[in-house]
Design a protein around this ligand. Structure first.
Ligand SMILES: Nc1ncnc2c1ncn2[C@@H]1O[C@H](COP(=O)(O)OP(=O)(O)OP(=O)(O)O)[C@@H](O)[C@H]1O
Length: 275
């Protein structure tokens, strides 16, 4: 049994089916990617997993227990931590105080017992933002603010981290360091499930990837399998490379890949991932 299991989840918003019978799992000690084109249902799945959205149908199991109807704070207490696309830190507090408050919140302590300063500073150091400790949270760059979100989440010592576009705003060197940080967190036995548009990062760090399209899981597997999966290529590119080769062989037409500069960045990146 995996640490996190999503079983046949459906979410309908009026006439819109955002998630359409999705089932997938994410294990302890593993980095699992949840990818898919815009509007595929990734954020809605995250909301169902973390408890912000009640599914129309289906179940979520976490750490051996069905949590489908469990409120957000109880899931959090059981070891589920989440970061958001929008940033949640207290803007007027320093980076260090934001992490200090997160320790307090997770321990249910308000002001009476302070977390050891060493714990706060060690966490800032670990996620790579110690240099910003004294800065106001609303004055730091977006990428750094995302790392602050992660630090606040880690203050709760979660078994499972749900990360929504964690690398956006990071430059290449910061993204490499972030990938190493994720690998270290997984090596400690934490499960990581992340929605991420940076395909290089996803393909480098994930042990397993689930691909959503129109609310359905269209492929699950190791990065190498996902890269070459015909349905995934079709979902991102509008055609598969096998089909393109077939068409070229029969008509002599130009390779449709020549039009890839018109594709959204994520699709272009997927097509450029080395095989
Ligand atoms: N509260 C809502 N009310 C109505 N429709 C919604 C709502 N939330 C999401 N949707 C629709 O559900 C579908 C899935 O949206 P969702 O945000 O989960 O996709 P996503 O894969 O996270 O997209 P993106 O990569 O652009 O963030 C979309 O068609 C979206 O417009």
């Amino acid at each position: 049994m995996s640490l996190l299991e999503i079983d046949d989840v459906v979410v309908q918003f009026g006439g819109v089916t955002a998630v359409d019978g999705a089932s997938f799992a994410a294990g302890a000690g593993r980095i699992t990617g949840l990818i898919g084109p815009n509007g595929a249902g990734k954020t809605t799945c995250f909301n169902v997993i973390s408890g912000l959205q009640r599914p129309t149908k289906g179940a979520v199991r976490f750490d051996g227990r069905t949590v489908t109807s469990m409120p957000v704070h109880r899931r959090s207490k059981r070891g589920m931590g989440r970061t958001f696309q929008r940033l949640e830190a207290f803007g007027s507090l320093s980076v260090r105080d934001n992490v200090r408050v997160a320790f307090d919140i997770h321990r249910g302590v308000t002001g009476l017992v302070r977390p050891a300063a060493a714990n706060v500073d060690a966490l800032l150091e670990r996620v790579g933002i110690a240099a910003y400790a004294r800065e106001r949270a609303d004055a730091i760059p977006t990428g750094t603010a995302r790392l602050l979100e992660l630090a606040r989440c880690l203050a709760g010592d979660p078994k499972m981290l749900l990360l929504d576009e964690p690398s956006s705003g990071l430059d290449e060197a910061e993204t490499d360091a972030f990938g190493e940080l994720l690998a270290g967190l997984a090596a400690e036995g934490r499960g990581i499930l992340m929605v991420e548009h940076d395909m290089d990062l996803v393909m480098t760090v994930c042990d397993e990837i689930h691909v959503l399209d129109f609310g359905r899981v269209i492929a699950s597997g190791a990065p190498a399998d996902i890269r070459s999966d015909r349905r995934v290529q079709e979902a991102y590119l509008g055609y598969s490379e096998d089909a393109a080769d077939d068409a070229e062989a029969s008509t002599g037409d130009a390779d449709p890949a020549d039009t890839r500069h018109d594709l959204p960045p994520v699709a272009a990146e997927l097509s450029e991932v080395p095989r």
